[in-house]
Design a protein around this ligand. Structure first.
Ligand code: ZN
Length: 713
């Protein structure tokens, strides 16, 4: 998922910016999809609801209860595969949407909470990792202690903000404070992190760029229209309420909220939009640090680096050079009252889930209810399970994989990955539009892709992270700082190719263009996506299409710019590039014609990489399945559940993306997420699949088999 944070959000708050901003991860799905924001029971449940004694049953590999058998797959494949999904799966009141990935995620959270309840109750015999995950969970669950503590645990940081005064001597103080806040996970004014040098992936360098917005991205501040204006009014009211709840007199809080809105609007104007942020050429500007310093005269970079625990660097990727003039203008022109209120608000929202209920609720009201249409906050045990996965995911993951990813899971998954890589290899040979010279380079890249499956070979060491069973806020700040320090300590060091960008329990997957690897955490290698009791048709349709998706990311409009070594490098002949772009233009137009909600069309450019990966991924999975059937002498015509092998393959694929979503959620997804809403991940893809007409005996020219279709890969 672009340069944006693609690691699933575990809570309504935003993730630690330093921990996630600079990785070049492209995930399977993002903000608007099932996982990120919120969770709870399948049905409305009281907020004190405890975790169930046993996890829910998974969906069947081929879920016949979701199918509408009265629909004609040649007319409408989504309706055929998913037509009854909605009636069987109402959106839980604490969810913005529901789909099979959410159902898997929900079950996964139940499994994690089972592990955590046990670790929290355990005594002196716990291993150091069990102590940490158990105590982190216990503190997070202790809402009585959080309530009693009020804002006291935040006082040291609030005092530092209050101590800012006006005048030239404040430059160093402000720079230090920004470093302290960012290290603790608070997104203010800009972001600073580590990344592999886009043009030399063997190097780990510092990166700095735009940040500090409270609404999801630039255009939320700038779009005209009644709905957008209303959202901005609601944001201002929310900021004012947060400040009031934290002790400001309401008249002052109101004034501050309006001033914060004006300031963030100016920052938004200076920022790159979501489409530009996907373009590595627009976000790579390696410069001597003196050049950056000249752009930000209000920031003492050395003081900032000390505070955020970064080495003093000689060069840096200035990812958004056009941003600084706007930011410096705002720091210089706003009075200190506004700057302080801005810092205070962002601190409060970053840690709201560890603050008293009134602040936690208000934060959810804006980021959950208003932005995503979600009626209720998730149950506490679910939020705390996700929080432990975010803070100590490899300690939790070690226990998780022992219980839920055993046996030959890894070996079987590897075979599918190799089948799909082989299918791509053969397919490149057959492309009629690519020259032999570019084919050689494409294959070089394909053969260099590293496959990471389930969990890391080398586990992360959390020894130095202090976790206390009675300090929820402190635990979170320390975990954020610990992760920040781990990231920044990599600057100047060799790359660790064994490192993972997602934790093992995560229900997601990603491609990393600098590492040139595809990654499938154990959390997603579970039924129904990966089911050891199912046949090849169903597994290649489910997880096979996802493997193909991640692999194709290496060759989409963004991934194609990186070579086998993970370096930004133009390996395409001009003619081949022209051919490639004619093909991607076809997809930009195809998806841009879809209307997601009201009058909001999909953004064909924003979603191009994901759509390319969906289309290419399914084709590769199909080719791999056909070859596997041949090698293993599988009878394709034999029926199971009433369907042939190829039919089961396509139904399983479509059922990855059965969804019911609240309109607010669809809207917010389309405006900011590079992934198309689920329904279009079926409709947009099926029409381009050469194997589909055969599988269901569809006539050329029927809606699912149009005369003109698109194909990139
Ligand atoms: Zn993707």
């Amino acid at each position: 998922m672009s340069q944006a944070p693609e690691i699933s959000l575990a809570d309504v708050q935003r993730p630690n910016p330093a921990a996630s901003r600079a990785r070049a991860l492209i995930a399977l799905f993002g903000f608007g999809c099932a996982l990120p924001i919120a969770l709870a029971q399948q049905t409305p449940a009281p907020k004190t609801a405890a975790a169930p004694a046993a996890p829910d049953k998974p969906l069947a590999g081929l879920d016949t209860t979701s199918m509408d058998l009265t629909a004609d797959p040649c007319q409408d494949m989504y309706q055929f595969a998913c037509g009854h999904f909605a009636q069987n799966h109402p959106i839980p009141s604490d969810q913005p949407n529901i789909d099979p990935l959410y159902i898997l995620y929900n079950r996964n959270t139940q499994e994690l909470s089972g592990i955590l309840e046990k670790a929290a109750a355990g005594g002196a015999t716990r291993s150091p990792d069990e102590q940490k995950i158990g105590d982190y969970y216990k503190a997070c669950m202790d809402t009585a202690a959080i309530e009693a503590g009020g804002l006291t645990p935040l006082k040291p940081l609030l005092d530092q903000i209050d101590a800012l005064a006006t005048g030239p001597t404040e430059k160093q103080k402000l720079s230090t404070l920004l470093g302290v806040l960012q290290r603790d996970g608070v997104d203010v004014f800009f972001g600073y992190g580590e990344q592999q040098d886009l043009k030399d992936a063997t190097k780990q360098i510092a990166e700095v760029g735009q940040g500090g917005l409270g609404m999801p991205e630039k255009d939320y501040y700038l779009r005209t229209g009644a709905k957008d204006q209303k959202l901005r009014d609601e944001y201002v009211a929310h900021v004012a309420r947060m400040l009031t709840l934290a002790g400001s007199p309401s008249a002052q809080a109101n004034k501050d909220a309006h001033a914060i809105m004006a300031m963030e609007t100016a920052l938004a104007k200076a920022s790159l939009g979501v489409v530009d942020m996907r373009d590595p050429e627009k976000t790579y500007h390696l410069v001597p640090v003196a050049k950056l310093e000249a752009s930000v005269p209000d920031i003492d970079l050395g003081a900032f680096e000390d505070a955020i625990h970064s080495p003093h660097v000689g060069e840096i990727n200035d990812s958004t050079p056009d941003y600084w003039a706007g930011m410096v203008g705002q720091i210089g022109s706003n009075d200190m009252q506004t700057i302080k209120a801005y810092l205070r608000y962002h601190l409060l929202t970053a840690v709201a889930s560890r603050l008293p209920k009134r602040l936690d609720d208000e934060n959810f009201n804006f980021y959950g209810r208003i932005l995503d249409g979600q009626p209720e906050q998730r149950a506490r045990w679910k939020r705390c399970s996700s929080a432990v996965n975010g803070a100590l995911g490899e300690a939790l993951g070690k226990v998780y994989v022992e219980q839920y990813f055993a046996g030959d899971s890894k070996a079987r998954m590897l075979q599918m990955v190799h089948d799909i890589e082989d299918a791509m290899d053969r397919d490149i040979d057959q492309l009629d539009w690519m020259s032999p010279a570019t084919k050689i380079k494409a294959k070089e890249k394909l053969h260099a892709v590293a496959n990471k499956i389930g969990y890391p070979d080398k586990w992360r060491d959390y020894t130095k992270l202090i976790v206390k069973p009675d300090d929820a806020l402190g635990d979170e700040l320390r975990a954020n700082a610990f992760e920040n320090d781990r990231q920044l300590a990599k600057i100047g060091k060799p790359v660790d190719h064994l490192e993972w960008g997602m934790t093992p329990p995560t229900v997601n997957a990603y491609y990393d263009s600098s590492m040139n690897d595809i990654n499938f955490p154990a959390g997603i290698l579970q039924p129904p996506l990966f089911d050891r009791s199912e046949d090849a048709a169903v597994n290649y349709g489910h997880i096979g299409a996802i493997i193909g998706h991640e692999l194709t990311h290496g060759f989409d409009d963004e991934g194609r710019k990186f070579n086998a070594k993970g370096n930004l490098d133009d390996w395409w002949t001009p003619d081949d590039l022209k051919q490639f772009e004619a093909r991607t233009d076809c997809e930009v137009k195809e998806y841009g014609d879809f209307v997601a909600v009201d009058d909001v069309h999909l953004n064909g450019k924003l979603t191009l990489g994901e759509n390319t990966a969906d289309n290419g991924g399914l084709l590769l999975a199909y080719l791999a399945y056909m070859q596997r059937a041949k090698d293993d002498r599988i009878d394709l015509a034999a029926k199971k559940d009433g369907f042939t092998g190829p039919q089961r393959f396509y139904i399983a694929f479509a059922q990855n993306w059965c969804q019911v979503a609240r309109p607010e959620n669809v809207r917010s997804q389309v405006l900011q997420d590079p992934h198309s809403p689920d329904k279009f991940r079926v409709e947009g893809v099926i029409v381009n699949q050469p194997g589909f007409a055969d599988a269901f005996s569809c006539k050329k020219g029927s809606p699912m088999v149009p005369v003109n279709s698109c194909r990139v890969w």
